[in-house]
Write a protein that binds this ligand. Structure first.
Ligand SMILES: [Zn+2]
Length: 344
């Protein structure tokens, strides 16, 4: 470490659990965060301020005004400019710590790209908002033999667990077994039950601290439990979960999600949105903009996406072939808009 780094991280180096040796390891460490909503943003903020060397952020979404209550890296101007979260987060994190190598990737983590996007990192962090993607991360973590930290929050509570493939229970051990120990966040989503920003931050703090222990090589300090905390009721629980010896994922190595069998091309995305992801399709947004007919209104775009309105639907198109249709829960409506405006 140089003098500037010693000064910058002095209060963290003073803490016995980290020290100079731990800080040096952290400065050389890397991790990948999947999802950069409330949880991902909070964890990224903590790790980049703590001095992590390299951080990759993967997120498929863009910033909206309803995110600002809890997604701590974003501002009103990010929402006004419709910036993708991965782009806005990268800019903000580099402004916070210019020495960190931060790479934001605007895409949906899928069976096709998960191995590529997650390989080469010693730790995967959960910042997602859905169990589809979490099971994909769980499969990839076991296939790549890399630990990951599960973290979820909804309403006033959240859960987290640190998963080492083959050593600790995995997400499938918890949620796919008989009598599964469903944690908070497993049944409801923040689109139905709402979310308190503090609930996210408590769980994100535990997740980021576990990440720091793993990255500096102190596995003895890991909590080793399924932890849940409710900030409204002030209830803390720490359950020692067990591995399922018949687990589909960590015992039988059946990677249903990573092999793509379980992932549909159409997914629900929030309360009233449908996402369509045509695989391996690249769209020219400029060309699409030119051929949008007079039925499309309110056409706006930036370097990362194109958005327009058709009747009561808002359609957002990304260059990787993804489309998010807001204003419907019906996949058929989304499909027909896709076929009409983007092309079958
Ligand atoms: Zn398992």
């Amino acid at each position: 470490m140089n003098a500037r780094e010693i000064e910058r991280y002095s209060r963290q180096i003073l803490f016995g659990g980290i020290g100079e040796a731990g800080q040096e390891r952290l400065l050389r460490a890397s991790a990948v965060i999947v999802g950069c909503g409330a949880m991902g943003a909070a964890v990224a903020n903590l790790l980049v301020r703590a001095g992590i060397g390299t951080l990759r952020l993967i997120d498929r979404d863009f910033v909206e005004p309803s995110n600002l209550q809890r997604q701590s890296l974003y501002s009103e101007s990010d929402a006004r400019e419709n910036l993708p979260k991965a782009v806005a987060a990268e800019r903000r994190l580099i402004a916070i710590n210019s020495a960190a190598r931060v790479e934001g990737i605007v895409t949906d983590l899928t069976a096709e790209n998960a191995r590529d996007l997650l390989s080469g990192f010693p730790l995967i962090l959960d910042g997602t908002d859905n169990f589809e993607t979490r099971f994909l991360i769980n499969d990839a973590s076991i296939a790549l033999n890399v630990p990951w930290i599960y973290a979820a929050a909804v309403a006033s509570s959240g859960v987290t667990m640190t998963i080492f493939p083959g050593e600790t229970p995995c997400l499938a051990c918890l949620l796919e077994s008989d009598g599964a120990q469903l944690g908070a966040g497993a049944e409801e989503t923040c689109d139905t039950a709402g979310i308190l920003n503090a609930a996210v931050n408590v769980i994100a703090s535990i997740e980021a601290t576990e990440a720091m222990k793993i990255l500096i090589g102190d596995r003895s300090g890991l909590h080793g439990r399924l932890i849940s905390f409710d900030v409204w009721r002030n209830e803390f629980r720490a359950i020692r979960a067990a591995r399922n010896p018949q687990c589909r994922a960590c015992a039988r190595k059946e990677f249903r999600y990573l092999e793509g069998e379980a992932q549909p091309h159409i997914t629900m995305c929030g309360r009233d949105s449908v996402q369509i992801h045509e695989r391996g399709r690249h769209l020219d947004l400029g060309e699409l903009n030119r051929r949008l007919g007079p039925t499309a209104s309110d056409v706006r775009g930036n370097d990362f996406l194109l958005r327009f309105r058709v009747n009561s639907y808002q359609v957002t198109v990304f260059p990787d072939g993804r489309v998010i249709v807001k204003g419907t829960r019906d996949p058929a409506v989304a499909r027909s808009l896709y076929a009409r405006y983007i092309g079958a």
